[in-house]
Design a protein around this ligand. Structure first.
Ligand code: IMP
Length: 177
């Protein structure tokens, strides 16, 4: 059973769209010489972000997905990261951009980038829509970050609480009642 809660808007759909335009233009510049960029979405939280981001990227893009274990139905990170679904494609010698919804403790992104680095991509960069720096327990920092947020549990724009609220068009803060 999840607790009762209400959702307060924290980042509007409009602000997210504006920030993605800026991020996409920086990514386009950074990967201007690529013949193909493999954009790897971490399931499931990044599915809305990756959809909006790739549509702003005027590059030759391949989209792939990887699923790592996360919070389950809790609001606390498990620290132990397992790969539940691996990439379909090869990334050896490729330009790769890993797309994460939130960097919280950093264990997920750190584990995933270490794993992908063993496959020897030409270049491996990361982007996170949200960053909660005050929660960090690892040294990882995404190459690009959409918004830094305080230590709040958030939902919407692909991000869930116990599989709910992914379909909200904005990022909202969960307030338990
Ligand atoms: P980390 O491994 O602690 O950095 O956690 C990363 C993952 O935890 C994210 O990809 C999310 O799936 C989940 N997560 C972290 N913070 C939140 C939150 O505020 N709401 C929902 N999921 C979150």
């Amino acid at each position: 059973m999840t607790q009762q809660y209400v959702i307060d808007e924290m980042i509007s759909a409009k602000s997210i769209a504006a920030r993605i335009e800026v991020l996409a233009s920086e990514i386009k510049t950074a990967f201007a010489d690529t013949d193909k960029l493999v954009v790897v979405g971490l399931l499931r939280g990044s599915f809305v972000f990756i959809a909006d981001l790739v549509r702003e990227l005027d590059l030759n893009v391949e989209v792939d997905f990887l699923e790592a274990s996360s919070y389950g139905d809790s609001t606390e990170s498990s620290r132990e990261v397992r790969i539940l679904k691996d990439l379909r494609g090869e990334i050896g010698g490729r330009d790769v951009l890993v797309v994460e919804d939130i960097v919280d403790t950093g264990f997920t992104l750190s584990h995933v980038t270490q794993l992908l680095a063993t496959r020897e991509p030409k270049r491996l960069e990361t982007i996170a829509l949200l960053d909660k720096p005050s929660r960090r327990e690892t040294n990882i920092r995404a190459t690009w970050t959409g918004f830094e947020i305080p230590d709040e549990f958030v939902v919407g724009y692909g991000i869930d609480y116990a599989q709910r609220n992914r379909n909200l068009p904005y990022i909202g803060k969960v307030r338990f009642t």
